[in-house]
Design a protein around this ligand. Structure first.
Ligand code: ASP
Length: 439
């Protein structure tokens, strides 16, 4: 059994957290390849080392005084090193970093040093070999991740090592400059390493006990989802649930490697298993609820619209021309509504409306803003009768007016549109009916 374990920033924010991480790794021999993030926040108002590095670099690159900023970063690492009692100096590393910053080595290089240094500290503490990700994770000349050459180099390198630490978030380009993934990208590194070593499991350790059924800012202490499929997760993530970097799914999904989200501060919790498919039923009819605010509905009405060939295409073309993608498009016989992102639409509103008028000659166009979309997701809905009925009666009881309904043809989700002001009330009502009351 081989496991790749990735630890997020809050799991490695202090010496105390490092100790928990070490206990977790040493408690299971199969936890052999470790991917660390940079030290994150120790308390809510704290600053992540990655953000400190961006700030420090921007001062140095502008020729401003960066010394205090660099000292604060050094202090974060030395606090960890001293409290762990390990014999390690980062002076040489910091000299190289300082010279590179002054020489404008680039923002990506700067940010990547957070994971790089943390990898050195963690490897020393665990007694594992340190691998610089610049030597095994590659991007092409355009800055796109190069999956093939990475997989080759990484699997070759790790085949000689039983235990190793491979820092997250960065790799190198053909000209040897450092390139990072987008923010939160250590999740992607973990997934790439899991693929390269053909891991049995990719454990992603964070500070929550798994994927939650609903947003904890809306629902007090929501239940954890024990098993979720990639498809369900994609639906929930798209609607705003933040669990894992989206690009982290692809490498392991293709290889059939499950992801287990775990909590460093509560390692006895089994967390959430993210899998391709499963025979396990969700505990509740629904797997999860997520939602986003800030949509606009553009409703177009025209007599005999249904008989006019190409009407829908001409409407959508006007959105496309203006670079606006649509979310949903429920339609009636003589009406169609296009749901779009309010902010995006707001910038091009008049161009789109003029275009629709010009090309489709509608009887009327009605615009309604401040709409929230809520996705109720669950693989179990397909085989359960009455799910939609329960959702709508829950919303009716909570006095929430439903503006739009859309059920995906896969029956994996039901999307409802409600007024922004009803957003939280609606989510609470749906959560209650399925989870609290368990109807
Ligand atoms: N340290 C990077 C960030 O803050 C990458 C990561 O933690 O995954 O975005």
């Amino acid at each position: 059994m081989v496991k790749v374990v990735k630890f997020g920033g809050s799991s490695l924010a202090s010496a105390e957290q490092f100790k928990k991480v070490s206990d977790i790794i040493h408690s299971d021999d199969s936890r052999r390849y470790v991917v660390p993030s940079a030290p994150g926040k120790r308390f809510p108002s704290d600053i992540k080392v990655t953000d400190m590095l961006y700030e420090c670099y921007s001062l140095a690159a502008k020729g401003k005084n960066y010394k205090a900023s660099l000292d604060a970063i050094k202090k974060r690492y030395y606090e960890i090193i001293h409290e762990l009692g390990i014999d390690l100096s980062l002076e040489n590393e910091f000299k190289i970093i300082e010279t590179a910053f002054v020489g404008r080595s680039g923002r990506d290089y700067a940010a990547s040093r957070g994971e790089y240094l943390n990898g050195i500290v963690l490897a020393k503490y665990l007694g594992f070999q340190f691998i610089d990700s610049a030597e095994v994770i590659f991007f092409d000349d355009y800055g796109n991740f190069d999956a093939d050459s990475t997989n080759k180099a990484l699997s070759e390198k790790l085949s000689h090592l039983d235990y190793a630490v491979i820092p997250g978030f960065y790799g190198s380009m053909p000209n040897d400059t450092i390139k990072t993934f987008s923010r939160g990208g250590s999740d992607i590194t973990g997934s790439i390493v899991a693929k390269a070593v053909k891991a049995d499991m990719y454990e992603n350790w964070t500070d929550v006990s798994g994927v939650l059924i609903a947003d904890p800012r809306i629902i007090n202490n929501p239940k954890v989802i024990s098993t979720i499929t990639y498809k369900e997760l994609r639906e929930l993530s798209y609607m705003g649930a933040t669990v894992l970097h989206e690009d982290a799914i692809f490498p392991v999904r293709k290889e059939g490697i499950p992801i287990n989200i775990r909590n460093t501060n509560s390692p006895e919790d089994m967390g959430t298993m993210i899998v391709e498919s499963t025979s396990k039923k969700s505990e509740y009819t629904i797997t999860g609820i997520a939602g986003k605010r800030g949509f606009t509905a553009v409703s177009i009405e025209k007599d005999m619209m249904n008989a006019e060939l190409g009407f829908g295409r001409r409407v959508l073309e006007e959105f496309e021309k203006n670079g606006i993608s649509f979310e949903h498009m429920p339609s009636g016989i003589d009406t169609m509504s296009v749901f779009v992102n309010q902010e995006e639409f707001g910038r091009k509103e008049q161009e789109v409306l003029a275009g629709i008028h010009r090309n489709t000659h509608p009887d009327s166009i009605d615009i309604e803003s401040d709409i929230a979309l809520i996705a109720i997701v669950g693989r179990g809905m397909k085989s359960t009768r009455g799910t939609a009925g329960r959702i709508f009666s829950a919303l009716a009881h909570a006095h929430v007016n439903v503006k739009m309904i859309d059920q995906g043809s896969s029956e994996l989700n039901i999307i409802v549109g409600v007024e922004d002001a009803d957003f939280e009330k609606a989510i609470a009502a749906i959560y209650d009916i399925f989870v609290t009351v368990q109807l």
